[in-house]
Every structure is written in structure tokens, then in C-alpha cells.
Design a protein around this ligand. Structure first.
Ligand code: DX5
Ligand code: ZN
Length: 223
């Protein structure tokens, strides 16, 4: 088993055959499913919400890594946890009280993640890092799949890795989201990421099997 986690983003899946596509990732022992929830306010797009998550919960035990791109996430934390979110990641920019959101996620029985947009200074989330299990570094502007990886994200991942290691927080997962594929995944891992979100590069172009094999090969080569 690799020490790295692949988290396919369902946003790029074919919703007409979502169940079948999830089954494929399950057979390939992909540990996480990344589930992007968008409200049309925090980001321009609207994706999907509770009914979709509830429908797919019975078909797999994979870790549901729910990425909330919604304003005032505290309104919905308990509901997402109750329908089977294993991890809930909210945006630092979307709430007045990040610590309260983290506490609510933990109280609901889920793992807590905090995310930040590419232009939000990294230092702003430092006060919360000892309370979360995961940090989601956005390497594109949240809102759409299929965008280009923002190069300055490498420095942010490196800085975050350094901070975590220096503060006895090395176990906090650094998950990176947006524009990651075969061509740059190794560099993202080398910078210090432990979990990789990928939508287009898992569900588009080649088969899911071939795409996942490319990621696993990259994971093996960076040890
Ligand atoms: C963007 C989402 C991402 C997105 C990634 O707002 O958070 O999870 O689906 O898609 P790709 O891998 O296509 O950039
Ligand atoms: Zn996401």
C-alpha cells in the first residue's frame, strides 16, 4: 500500500453511470472519493449535494472526502456527517469562525479539513492546524474542474510541509486539489503533499484503470 492517497473528484465523473465508475475505483483499491459540493455563492457553480451522497453511500466503504465550497458551512455539517461523510473540509474564507466549524465537524464524528483559495495567505490558517486532520491546498481557483495547476502552489505546499514538520504536526494530511495529472503529480508529492485530488485525470481521456495506474506508478516512484 502506498503512503500516498488518491482522491478522485467525482465532479469529473459521468453521473449517468456514477455507480459503475465508483465500483471501478473501488476495485482498484482507491482509498478516498473526493466529493465537491458547490452552492453557487461561494463559487459560481452549483454541483450536487445530499441526495447524491446518500445514494452512493451504500455502494462503497471508501472514505468520503467531502469538500464544501459553500458559505456558512456550519449550517450543514451535522447533515453531511449523518449521511456518511467521513471527512468534511470547509473553506477558511467561507466562515466567520473556523474553530467553531472544526469543533462541529469533530462533534459530528467526522475528520476535519480546512481549505484555502490560492490567493489566501497560508499563515492565516496556521492557528487552526493543530485542530485539523487535513489541509486542502487549492492549486486552482475553486469552482470548476479541468483548470490549469497554479505553479506558485509548489511553494505553498513546501511552506506548509515545513510548518507542520516543525510543529510536531507531521501527521496532518496535505491534500492538493486542482490541475493535477500524470505530468505534475510527482512534483506535487515531492513538495510535500500526501493526498492528491484529481478529477479530469482520473475520469477523462483514458480508462479509469489506466489513469489510476499512472497515479499509482507516480506514487511508487516518489518514496
Ligand atoms: C475544483 C474542485 C476540484 C476539481 C478538480 O473546485 O475542488 O476537486 O474537481 O478537478 P481537476 O482534477 O479536473 O482539476
Ligand atoms: Zn475539491
Amino acid at each position: 500500500m502506498s503512503k500516498y492517497i488518491l482522491a478522485p473528484s467525482l465532479l469529473a465523473a459521468d453521473f449517468g453511470i456514477l455507480g459503475q465508475q465508483i465500483e471501478k475505483t473501488k476495485k482498484l483499491e482507491v482509498p478516498y472519493l473526493h466529493i465537491d459540493v458547490m452552492d453557487g455563492v461561494f463559487v459560481p457553480s452549483i454541483s450536487f449535494g445530499m441526495p447524491v451522497i446518500s445514494s452512493i453511500r451504500p455502494i462503497t466503504d471508501q472514505f468520503f472526502d467531502v469538500h464544501l465550497m459553500i458559505v456558512d458551512p456550519e449550517r450543514y455539517i451535522e447533515e453531511f456527517a449523518s449521511i456518511g461523510a467521513d471527512g468534511i473540509t470547509f473553506h477558511y474564507e467561507a466562515t466567520k469562525d473556523p474553530k467553531a466549524v472544526i469543533d462541529l465537524i469533530h462533534k459530528s464524528g467526522a475528520k476535519a479539513g480546512i481549505s484555502l483559495k490560492p490567493d489566501t495567505p497560508l499563515e492565516e490558517i496556521y492557528p487552526y492546524l493543530s485542530s485539523v486532520e487535513l489541509v486542502l491546498v487549492m492549486s486552482v481557483e475553486p469552482g470548476f474542474g479541468g483548470q490549469k495547476f497554479i505553479e506558485k502552489s509548489y511553494d505553498r505546499i513546501r511552506d506548509l510541509r515545513k510548518y507542520l514538520d516543525e510543529h510536531n504536526l507531521s501527521d496532518v494530511i496535505i491534500e492538493v486539489d486542482g490541475g493535477i495529472g500524470k505530468n505534475n503529480v510527482k512534483d506535487v508529492l515531492k513538495a510535500g503533499a500526501t493526498a492528491i485530488v484529481s478529477g479530469s485525470s482520473v475520469f477523462r481521456n483514458k480508462s479509469i484503470e489506466d489513469n489510476v495506474a499512472d497515479f499509482y506508478e507516480a506514487f511508487e516512484s516518489v518514496k
